[in-house]
Design a protein around this ligand. Structure first.
Ligand code: MIC
Ligand code: SF4
Length: 653
């Protein structure tokens, strides 16, 4: 049978069921070749890994990156860095030191390989799909299990084909492609699916451009996105000094997709995601002329040498407009070094860009917050309200070309009007023909086992043990402490930013910020309530993979979350931490249930054991309703024992 590329890679890694791939939606378990973590999710992942009791990771490659918590206002972030470095030495991981770059870009450049599986404790792990990897984001606990050699469980995804034809016009770039996909598909269109790109338009896209598209596929809610591995991939791998890791891969002739989306690259315009959602997409031409106060280029979506070169070509000989603060954060240290060598960096400094370090930075509110009511134009992937650090700022997500044109004009500007500068100036930024791109000086290789065993784990006062959840009762009678609307993001459940991120290794402290963006009284009310439910709408838990959005609610006594639909990673995180994810059988019940209602949730164990519907009743008037039990058998077993850590301890697979 002709297979899609996604199916081929899944089949090669299938652990359960044995043999053929099952139907869409069925539970599957796959072997994981590589893992990545970053510092903001890594500490919890390794605290969990330590409890598994192994001497060494069992994957082919596991890398621990430091790229998120780089504003060090006190001891906390560096304590975390040192803990992570000692863990890497102790358990046989690679360690990417702070300053080496953003995990996704460094991984693509230094470790990624076509046809491999990668599991990362960050939602943008699918960046690796740009070189034909099946790269999936997950919670830290799932990554810890994978590092211990455990398979990763997921629903057999649908495979959506995106057929690209034509060639991008000068000024239009990969970001515009993914924004167009988001415009059509929305932030929940990809839940349970993989987006697989193919067609004659693929050949014209460089690997960094493909990686921009697969990276921001996370905003579709997709499991991941993937490109074929072709001659362009081979050249990229050779440039990185890793041609040996290259394999050509593509879908079989005649493979069938669950649906096909057609995009004519030639007809594509510059696009922008408007406040406050990555799918609120319009054309840049329709926004042209809007004054802006800030422009930032960077993040794991758009910080490659290609991106920086496009910006330098547009701003060459010009200056950042007086009313604008502009910054640029190169995605990796080797990109920064290449930008210096090619003259790109000098041009950016000359034009007035602030050069930020190679890290996540403003993308996660680590500095560079906009002014009050400011308009910030960014090349990032998320513009949820408040994520920039300024609650009333308006953030627009655009391509590097649009950001550059906007920075010099001081207002939103379609770069197509500057296409000439773009094509004429590009050639002035070239690397010497013998330039050696690869730079591994800030990567620390795994130690041999005997030496590794002698490493002492460094635990500063910021590292607190991961709390465990309460036992599962057969019935619960608890209030609905919060009723939220559609598309609640994990940023809404547990904000990030310079103030909160240093607390990622300390659940009691970070839990004080739970749901702060939606209701500042939640923490105090949860503390008083001693147990509660949360109600939400569609696509609950979209965005980041942070398991703190499950851990902190668990710590505060949230026992079940009742919604119209869930985002994939968050639903898995809830299960991993013993919170029952419930989906209204009848979505109209969402309107009937109010904040403050006391609900009786009964027969829990039976529903989990047998797989029947979940039974609920409102105490005030006896109104009965049901929630769907769409959980696979393993998830039900995990919930019965109180979460994935307990399940793993009793030998569950
Ligand atoms: C994000 O972009 O929101 C983050 C910060 O990278 C998160 C991970 C985290 O919260 O630590 C993600 O995307 O998973
Ligand atoms: Fe870092 Fe932003 Fe990418 Fe998250 S989305 S990994 S915060 S650059």
């Amino acid at each position: 049978m002709a297979l899609t590329l996604t199916e081929k890679i899944l089949k090669n890694h299938l652990v359960e069921p044995v043999g053929e791939l099952p139907a869409r939606g069925a539970d599957i378990a796959v072997r994981i070749d590589q893992t990545l973590t970053q510092d903001a999710t890594g500490t919890m992942a390794y605290l969990q890994f330590e409890t598994i009791g192994l001497d060494r990771v069992k994957t082919d490659v596991s890398v621990s990156y430091i790229d998120h918590n780089t504003l060090q206002e006190d001891f906390k972030n560096m304590d975390d860095h040192r803990y992570l470095q000692s863990i890497a030495s102790r358990y046989g991981l690679w360690f990417s030191r702070v300053g080496n770059g953003i995990c996704h870009q460094v991984h693509l450049e230094r470790f990624g390989a076509p046809g491999k599986t990668l599991l990362g404790s960050d939602s943008h792990t699918p960046t690796g799909g740009g070189i034909g990897m099946l790269a999936i984001g997950a919670g830290g606990l799932d990554v810890a299990v994978a590092m211990g050699g455990g398979a990763f469980h997921l629903s057999m995804p649908k495979v959506f084909g995106v057929r690209l034809t034509g060639t991008l016009r000068p000024g239009v770039s990969a970001k515009d492609v993914i924004l167009e996909v988001l415009r059509r598909e929305t932030v929940k269109g990809g839940v349970g699916s993989v987006y697989e790109y193919f067609g004659p338009g693929v050949a014209g896209l460089s690997v960094p451009q493909r990686a921009t598209i697969t990276n921001m596929g996370a905003e579709l809610g997709a499991t991941c996105s993937v490109f074929p591995s072709d001659e362009t991939t081979r050249r990229f791998m050779a440039l990185m000094g890793r041609e040996d890791d290259f394999t050509a891969l593509e879908a079989d002739e005649g493979a069938t997709y669950d649906k096909i989306i057609e995009i004519d690259l030639t007809a594509l315009e510059s696009m922008a995601a408007q406040p406050h959602s990555p799918d609120a997409v319009g054309t840049v031409s329709s926004l042209a002329g809007k004054p802006v106060t800030q422009v930032v280029i960077g993040s794991c979506t758009n910080s490659s040498l290609d991106d920086l070169t496009a910006v330098a070509s547009i701003v060459k000989g010009k200056h950042v407009a007086p009313g604008v603060e502009a910054g640029i954060a190169p995605g990796s240290r080797q990109t920064l070094m290449a930008a210096e060598k090619s003259g790109v960096l000098g041009e950016l400094i000359r034009a007035g860009f602030r050069i930020l370090e190679s890290a996540c930075g403003p993308c996660i509110g680590m500095g560079f917050a906009p002014n009050s009511g400011g308009v910030s134009v960014r090349t990032f992937n998320r513009n949820f309200k408040g994520r920039s650090g300024t609650p009333d700022a308006s953030v627009y997500l655009v391509s590097p070309e649009t950001a550059a044109a906007t920075a010099i004009a001081g207002m939103i500007t379609d770069p197509v009007t500057m296409a000439l500068a773009l094509s004429e100036n590009r050639s002035s930024f070239t690397l010497p023909p013998d330039y050696f791109f690869r730079d591994d000086n800030m990567l620390i290789a795994p130690l041999p086992l005997e030496e590794a065993k002698k490493t002492e784990i460094i635990r500063g006062p910021n590292i607190k043990p991961c709390p465990t959840g309460p036992e599962l009762p057969d019935s619960l009678e608890l209030p609905v402490l919060l009723k939220a609307a559609d598309n609640v993001s994990t940023d809404d459940i547990m904000p990030a930013g310079a103030k909160v991120l240093p607390l990622r290794s300390n659940i009691p402290e970070i839990s004080k910020f739970t749901f702060e963006r939606l209701d500042t009284s939640f923490y105090a009310r949860a503390k008083d309530a001693a147990g509660c439910f949360v109600v939400g709408g569609e696509n609950y838990g979209q965005g980041s993979s942070r398991e703190h959005a499950a851990l902190a609610p668990m710590y505060l006594g949230v026992r079940a979350v009742l919604v119209k639909s869930f985002a994939r990673i968050h639903k898995a995180n809830l299960i991993n931490y013993g919170i029952i994810p419930l989906v209204f059988d009848n979505p109209a019940d969402y309107d009937k249930i109010a904040q403050g209602d006391v609900l009786e949730f009964s027969g829990i164990k039976r529903s989990l054991e047998e797989g029947g519907p979940f039974l609920l009743l409102r105490k005030s008037d006896g109104y009965r309703f049901t929630a769907k039990n769409d959980l696979d058998e393993r998830s039900r077993k995990v919930l019965l024992v109180g979460g994935l850590a307990a399940w793993t301890r009793i030998g569950g697979q």
